[in-house]
Design a protein around this ligand. Structure first.
Ligand code: HEC
Length: 216
């Protein structure tokens, strides 16, 4: 008995489909089951009318497009001497973040912020926010992030070396960082760095007062 007549019997009716038609239908269904999910994945990445996106154009900060002077640029060159917002030029920026450089800067610049109670209070607050995590509240290098298998403990701020630093050295260290200590130039404005320098100085004196320090 041929397969077609068996199906005829089973269905009890008279299907007009040949076995080839069944195979083709099955093939089409399977084909769709594979092709449709694939198309759904691929379609979002196929652009049909992408004339707007694919047109030749310049993108910001890229160096092609319009010519300006000798350069091929998209944006106009900023006026000579333009500086980014919140950028403070630092005369000793070219110096490294080393003890020697910090000592050198200390000899060259003085603290321009007058030493007032307000400046000290602000310096105190900023020191507590930005420095105590490593240096500890008293500057003894025992901040909460330091310790074995944690951040390397900085040296105490009450060593001979730290006491010998001038305010300018503190300023340089805060501006450029030193060793593993990062720069704080993006957190503290120049004025704030000088205030912190005042506070570190006060902290040092509070830990090693000399006769006369307490007399007003
Ligand atoms: C992430 C931890 C960390 C923070 C926060 C940090 N420091 Fe430091 N600091 C260090 C480390 C570590 C050293 C030692 C650097 C070295 O020699 O490798 C150091 C060194 C110093 C020194 C030099 C000490 C010396 O004897 O040479 C000064 C001064 C100093 N820091 C001041 C500050 C001030 C002020 C702040 C806050 C604005 C601050 N640090 C914030 C980790 C830190």
């Amino acid at each position: 008995m041929s397969r077609a007549s068996l199906i005829d019997k089973l269905l009890g009716c008279y299907p007009r489909w040949s076995p080839t038609a069944y195979k083709m239908t099955l093939g089409a269904v399977l084909g769709c089951a594979i092709a449709i999910p694939l198309a759904m994945v691929a379609l979002p990445f196929i652009e049909f009318f992408n004339g707007m996106a694919a047109q030749p154009k310049g993108k910001a900060q890229m160096t092609y497009g319009r010519t300006y002077g000798a350069e091929l640029i998209v944006e106009r060159a900023p006026v000579a001497g333009t500086i980014p917002r919140d950028f403070y030029p630092y005369a000793f920026d070219h110096l490294a973040n080393t003890i020697e450089a910090a000592t050198e800067v200390g000899k060259r610049i003085e603290n321009p912020v007058p030493l007032t109670m307000d400046a000290l209070r602000e310096g105190h607050e900023l020191f507590n926010v930005y420095c105590t995590v490593c240096h500890g509240v008293r500057g003894e290098g025992d901040g909460p992030v330091t310790g074995p298998r944690r951040f390397p403990a900085p040296p105490s701020l009450h060593t001979k070396q730290a006491i010998a630093y001038k305010d300018g050295s503190f300023y340089h260290i805060m501006t450029k960082g030193i060793g593993k200590m990062p720069s704080y130039a993006d957190k503290l404005s120049p004025e704030q760095r000088w205030m912190v320098a005042h506070y570190v100085r006060a902290l040092q004196r509070s830990m090693a007062p000399k006769p006369g320090d307490l007399t007003p």
